[in-house]
Design a protein. Structure first.
Length: 310
């Protein structure tokens, strides 16, 4: 079994991913600043093969000690999403870009990296985006992920880059700054959704599928090494309005379609996932089941953080 370092292991996806890696018999070390607390780890903290390091990805010496002799580095640590990045640009760049540089500097040639990037790197696309589509991010978040990707490709380290669709669903470290989660929360607590650019289309991915791609990549690394993969499934491609209408099947609320408002990263396109599908990965969680799951948990959850990510 392998030794696996998960940076950001207490985060939205990391706290779903860690039990998956432990269940496969690997030894796992979480490296996380715990800025949102350690509560997301409590469900599996007693596992004998789990180690936890409280550390900052911006601290090069701490990262070097953590990377150590791990076989795999699953690098999720980041300031995620355009609202959080816009709120503190310096923190975002130093975390997402400089933090990635620290990871790469600490790695030896035999270690393997799986990096969490985003479809937001594409920017505004006409038509269908595939992995060969030029990336031109419109937000600071997208630009930091683009810059981190460039560092990784130029590093000579063994790696795979994963560009995720818009993630949603429950997690031990819940977030509401994600479109589907936000819509369900607004429908439940405000009894209304104010919708702008409802015709904008994007692909969605449940948090458990976003986590599952990591063990899948580890198991298929020979076929995925050195490449970029869009992570999602064409079956989960919806307009924002279609999401809002689907929520109406489970929550009684008022939908107001506004004529003003815009999405800063202009995500209105379909994404081609055939490269990943050809290796055998398909999303397993559909929209209906996910909305029912979110209604169950968000009905009893209140979040006060102004960025709505904790």
């Amino acid at each position: 079994m392998a030794k696996v370092l998960i940076t950001g292991g207490a985060g939205y996806i990391g706290s779903v991913l860690t039990p998956m890696i432990l269940q496969r018999g690997h030894e796992v070390t979480i490296f996380d600043s715990l800025m949102f607390g350690a509560q997301p780890l409590l469900g599996f903290s007693s596992h004998p093969k789990l180690n936890i390091i409280k550390g900052d990805i911006r601290d090069a010496s701490a990262v070097a000690r953590a990377v150590g002799d791990h076989d795999w580095i699953l690098h999720l640590a980041a300031i995620v999403g355009y609202p959080a990045c816009a709120a503190d640009p310096h923190l975002s760049v130093s975390t997402n870009v400089d933090g990635t540089r620290n990871v790469l500097a600490a790695m030896g040639m035999g270690q393997r990296l799986i990096f969490a990037s985003t479809g937001s790197t594409y920017g505004k696309v006409l038509g269908v985006a595939n992995e060969e589509t030029p990336i031109a991010p419109l937000t600071l978040y997208g630009r930091t992920k683009r810059d981190a990707e460039m560092l990784i490709r130029d590093s000579g380290r063994q790696h795979t880059i994963l560009r995720f669709a818009t993630v949603f669903g429950s997690s031990p470290r819940m977030r509401l700054d994600l479109l589907v989660n936000d819509f369900v929360y607004q429908a439940l607590h405000n009894r209304q959704i104010v919708l702008f650019e409802g015709y904008f289309r994007r692909t969605f991915l449940h948090s458990s599928d976003a986590a599952a791609i990591y063990p899948f990549t580890m198991e298929n690394f020979d076929a995925m090494s050195g490449k970029v993969f869009n992570v999602g499934d064409e079956s989960m491609n919806y307009t924002k309005r279609e999401i809002a209408i689907k929520i109406k099947e489970y929550v009684d609320y008022y939908l107001h379609e506004a004529q003003v408002g815009s999405d800063p990263d202009q995500r209105d396109y379909e994404v081609d996932y055939s490269r990943l599908r050809s290796i055998g990965f398909r999303a397993s969680v559909d929209l209906d089941g996910s909305i029912q799951e979110l209604v169950k948990i968000l009905r009893v959850l209140t979040i006060f953080n102004p960025l709505r990510n904790a």
